[in-house]
Design a protein around this ligand. Structure first.
Ligand SMILES: O=C(O)CCC(=O)C(=O)O
Ligand SMILES: [Fe+2]
Length: 384
């Protein structure tokens, strides 16, 4: 997704040698065995790609790679019908980012011609994950298709003390004018102290594994409310229960609260000095095959007043962009998925955090998944 947590890993994945059919016989047999193995692995992937071809779209314009030069693949006479080993014909780190973003499935035809190696790596990682973390039986998603509008209508009628304001109906976005008490907001700031470190994005590392990778689109810092003192704090527990109640999701489906921090900078166009998070979606495509499922909702809480800058801006809402200035205790709730297809990203809720130009900004992200996150985390299955 455009501007999403696109990895900026400088570590390009080395393309395998193109000289794969040398003529000495034992070596050739070995290589042929290697080729058959690759064909065996690639079979389902390529078949999937072919199926996807009819409905395939190219990545959106802002994600579209430049035309890549096709490297000459040396093919021996008599074996020219065999498929050469997978390569990324386009810039590999960009291919890896698109693969991590779910483009191998969403844009199979395009990706399998240009980013085959990255798609293959992702497929192998996925197969290894599924062996390591098998899905339990009766694994029921929390958010059923069509449920979302009822949840948002219930918020408007049942939680008047939180002063909800419906900013957008489709997709639903609610601003709570009074979500946190002062004591609750201060508790999160207290538990974040000394724990903030530079934020990373989610992407593929050089082995094709989902990993935290450096990103130029996010320069803020964050820590997690994952330590016992934070988890046991009654102020924190009250908020966690409120988030679950409002969103009609089990507390176990929420990630540990992510505590974010943005320092101020004088010149908001100075990428090196400012703290921001450029336009992105909180949806992580790779979570589709993981036990926790994708993130369905974000509830973002503001922990302090920010005198200037630092707003959250929704860039793609149907009625035009909407900007929320951080005020202590306020919160915004939105879905990352479509109401009728709650596993599919809703690109209309892309958003960005603008640079803080005066003061500083503290916030907390509550990310809620389609399935149980806490058990999945305890099993070591939220990543990989
Ligand atoms: O800081 C904000 O206003 C929003 C942060 C955000 O979008 C995120 O952390 O995913
Ligand atoms: Fe976000």
């Amino acid at each position: 997704m455009g501007g999403k947590r696109r990895p900026q890993s400088k570590e390009a994945v080395a393309a395998p040698s193109l000289d794969w059919q040398a003529s000495d016989a034992p070596g050739k047999r070995r290589r042929k065995r290697g080729v058959s193995w690759l064909l065996w692995l690639l079979g389902p992937l390529l078949a999937g790609g072919a199926v996807l071809f009819l409905g395939a779209k190219e990545p959106p314009a802002h994600m579209k790679p430049q035309e890549a030069e096709t490297p000459a693949v040396k093919v021996d006479e008599g074996t020219d019908k065999m498929k050469p080993p997978p390569v990324d014909l386009h810039n590999t780190s960009e291919c890896a980012a698109w693969a991590a973003d779910g483009q191998c499935a969403a844009n199979g035809a395009f990706m399998l011609t240009r980013c085959e190696l990255s798609c293959l790596k992702l497929e192998l990682v996925k197969q290894a994950y599924e062996r390591r973390c098998p899905k339990p039986e009766n694994y029921t998603p929390t958010l059923a298709p069509g449920q979302m509008p009822r949840t948002f209508a219930r918020i408007m009628s049942h939680f008047q003390e939180l002063e909800p304001e419906m900013i957008s109906e489709d997709p639903p976005v609610i601003l709570f004018h009074k979500f946190l008490s002062d004591a609750e907001a201060e508790a999160f700031i207290k538990h974040g102290a000394g724990r903030y470190s530079k934020s990373l994005g989610v992407g593929l590392d050089k082995d094709g594994k989902m990993a935290d990778v450096p990103t130029e689109i996010r320069t803020s810092s964050h820590g997690w409310c994952q330590h016992q003192a934070c988890l046991d704090d009654p102020e924190v527990q009250r908020v966690t229960a409120r988030v679950a109640d409002v969103t009609q999701t089990p507390t176990e489906n929420a990630e540990f609260a992510q505590l974010v921090y943005y320092h101020a900078c004088d010149d908001e166009s100075d990428n090196n000095k400012c703290a921001f998070y450029r336009r992105h979606s909180d949806y992580i495509a790779g979570d589709q095959y993981r036990l926790q499922g994708v993130r369905i909702y974000t509830l973002f809480t503001y922990l302090n007043d920010v005198p200037e800058g630092g707003a959250t801006r929704f860039t793609d809402l149907p009625n035009g962009p909407v900007t929320f200035q951080p005020v202590k205790g306020k919160a915004v709730l939105w879905p990352s998925v479509l109401a009728d297809e709650p596993h599919t990203v809703d690109p209309r809720t892309h958003h960005e955090a603008l640079p803080v130009t005066k003061g500083e900004k503290y916030g907390a992200n509550f990310w809620i998944h389609q399935y149980n996150f806490r058990n999945t985390h305890a099993k070591g299955c939220t990543a990989g």
